[in-house]
Design a binder for this molecule. Structure first.
Ligand code: PGA
Length: 244
C-alpha cells in the first residue's frame, strides 16, 4: 500500500502525519507500506520512519543522474535520501506536466538502474478503451527493460483519481489480468505472476477490501485517503497479509 501525498504537507505537517500513522498502523504484519511525501519532506520523514517497517517513496524523478536540469531530482538522490520506490508516469505527471510514454520509459529505466523500485502508473481516460490504452502504455513504459525485478504496476483509471468514484472491483481485476497478459508476453509467465499490480483511484478505508481481497490485486496506490492516518491505516488493515 502506497500513500501518494502529492502536493501536500510541509516538513512539520509531514512529521505530524507520520507520527499519527506510526501510532495507528502498528505492525503491518507482512504487508508492505510506503509513503511518498513531497521532495522537501523526504529527509525528515526518513528520520521519523527510522526503525519502522514503513518505506519511503519519491513521487517522481528525472531520467538523468546529473546535469543542467533545473528543478529536477535524480534517481540516485532519491536512493540517497532513503527511498525504496519512486512513482512514475502518474496521470497527473502525464496530463499536467506533459510527460509522454517515452519520457516515462526513460525515467523507469533510470530508476531501476539506480536501484529504486519503479511504480509505473497506467490508466485510461474517461471514454478510452482500457483494453487498448493499458497494453500500449505498458509496452512503451517498459520498453528496453531486461527484467521485471523492481517493477510494480499501478492501474489507475484517470477518471477514478480524486473523483470519489473508483473503478468497480470487477473492472480492476479485468485490467489487472490485461496487465499480466502483457507482462507475460514480454517477460514470461513467471515474471508476470511475480510482479505486483496495484489498483489506484478513490480508494478509501470503506472500499479498499473490495479491491485488496482480490487475488489479482496486490495493493493500492492511495492519494487523498493517505493524508488521513486513520483512513490509511484502515486501508492497510484491509489487505490480507502476505501468504494469505
Ligand atoms: P486518489 O488518488 O486516491 O485521491 O484518487 C490516487 C492517486 O492519484 O494515486
Amino acid at each position: 500500500m502506497v500513500g501518494n501525498w502529492k502536493l501536500h504537507n510541509t516538513v512539520g505537517e509531514a512529521i505530524a502525519l507520520v507520527e499519527r500513522l506510526k501510532a495507528v498502523i502498528g505492525d503491518p504484519r507482512g504487508r508492505e507500506v510506503a509513503v511518498a511525501p513531497p521532495f522537501t519532506a523526504l529527509y525528515a520523514v526518513r528520520g521519523a520512519l527510522c526503525g519502522t517497517p514503513i518505506a519511503l517513496a519519491g513521487q517522481d524523478c528525472h531520467s538523468e543522474e546529473r546535469g543542467a536540469f533545473t528543478g529536477a531530482i535524480a534517481p540516485s538522490m532519491l536512493r540517497d535520501v532513503g527511498c525504496r520506490y519512486v512513482i512514475l508516469g502518474h496521470s497527473e505527471r502525464r496530463g499536467l506536466f506533459g510527460e509522454t510514454d517515452a519520457t516515462v520509459n526513460r525515467k523507469v529505466r533510470a530508476a531501476l538502474a539506480a536501484g529504486l523500485g519503479a511504480i509505473l502508473c497506467v490508466g485510461e481516460r474517461a471514454g478510452e478503451p482500457a483494453r487498448e490504452v493499458i497494453p500500449r502504455q505498458l509496452e512503451a513504459g517498459l520498453a528496453g527493460i531486461a527484467g521485471l525485478d523492481g517493477v510494480v504496476i499501478a492501474y489507475e483509471p484517470v477518471w477514478a483519481i480524486g473523483s470519489g468514484t473508483p473503478a468497480s472491483p470487477e473492472d480492476a481485476v479485468t485490467v489487472a489480468g490485461l496487465v499480466r497478459e502483457r507482462l507475460a508476453a514480454g517477460w514470461g509467465e513467471a515474471a508476470a505472476r511475480a510482479t505486483r499490480v496495484l489498483y489506484g483511484g478513490s480508494v478509501n478505508a470503506a472500499n479498499a477490501g473490495h479491491f485488496l481481497g482480490r487475488e489479482a490485486i496486490d495493493g493500492a496506490l492511495v492519494g487523498g485517503a493517505s493524508l488521513d492516518a486513520v483512513a490509511f491505516a484502515g486501508i492497510v488493515e484491509a489487505a490480507p497479509p502476505f501468504g494469505h
